[in-house]
Ligand binder design. Sequence first.
Ligand SMILES: [Zn+2]
Ligand SMILES: [Zn+2]
Length: 467
Amino acid sequence: MTVKLYPTDELWDLSPPTFSSRSRLFYLEPIGIGTPNVESLTSYVSRLAVVHSVPPGTLLAIEIGLLVKKNYCPNTRSMGAIYGLNSVRALNGIRGNAVGLVQALETLTLRTDLRFLTLLTWAEVFPVLGLLKHKQAWCPLCLEEWLEKKTVIYLPLLWSLNVVKVCPYHHQPLQFQCPHCHASFVPLWRNSQPGYCLKCSGWLGSNSWSPSWDGTTDEFQFHIWVANSLGNLIAQAPSNPFPLPRETIKKALTFFAKKSTNGNLLALGELIGVSQPEITQWYRGKTIPTLDKLVKICYLLNTSVSKFLQIDILPTTISQTSNLSLNSPPKLLTFTSRRTKERIRTLLQSVLNQNEYPFPSVREIARRYHFGLATFYRYAPDLCQAVSTRYRHDKKRIQQEAIQIGCSEVRRLAPELYAQGITPTVKNLASVMTNPETLWYQEVLETLSEVRYSLGELPFKITYGGA
Ligand SMILES: [Zn+2]
Ligand SMILES: [Zn+2]
């Protein structure tokens, strides 16, 4: 029998179909890439473990250990065999451990965007020192809000930065201490689960938690600014070069020296409160500013951290400038600028002759008399320096006094609360203290920890803060 083939008939394609390669682990989408709320890598590991119905320790021991550690024995089902307590704290950061974990997870999930869950974009421009908190921090109000909205509970990368002390949405300090068992803990361990205490598994969210905190203080406003500024920086990671080159710092210093101090780098240093050797080292690329210094500099220069590190803002003429004068001669002054200079010097001299307490900052004086800060530093760097010294001295004195007041209030009130059957937590103390804003200070929190420990109310001493 013969078969007639008609050209319009569909023919079966008998060649084997091609399949795209399968990922070993679920292709779990990270939360918030390209936004200030992007998830941290440690949070992603915890969530990835949940979708595979295993604890993070098991996921790391069975699947990831082999990829990140040489001579790793896969039967060792222990977190400690892969990451010690110190290295697990650095997994959202900029060093080899973060790189290794990103690569391992991308191999296993076939994702290509997991580096944005770390600070690796800024590995060349941020030093490790003081970059990340040692303990997991969280905003109880954010967690509670997500629970109520039934959205995914996770831990944003922003909360892991050491300089970020407050939630930019709720304007409340981030928490380090479980409200149930008072423990602090690392961001990832065997049984980590975002939103729950590692020690007692208690829920960390709360919608009633609101310490008395004076939101109008300069320090508080500064912390809100820091959280927002770094949130914007994190959001821009996917559109930045990867990694951002170290040269960025030099270019930014060049740009701002040209803009603010006539190209004089040392005058820029005075303007932003950085010593001459330090700013020279940064300019030469020998060292780089720590993140806490960088945010203060950006705050003083009235620019965001992302703009400071955004090399694209630099005009070609400036970015092509190879060298700044480290000691540029003063330019000849016009008649108008001579008068301005005389007025500024007279103003500063008269403020220095008065005994104002607390002594105002150069910025405050400039604001009072409607001058730009850079103009002050340009015409009277020596007097600005003298003002700065007295301002810092008074500020330190005020701070020491506040710490003493806070410590003595804590020593007096914590045992009183405890005697009445009320746990002397930060929140409970804040509601009865005359100066609750002093609970900001590390020394006051440490005093509280000591008092609670001596009352036998805490089973172990707590380390506050992340530094
Ligand atoms: Zn919040
Ligand atoms: Zn707990």
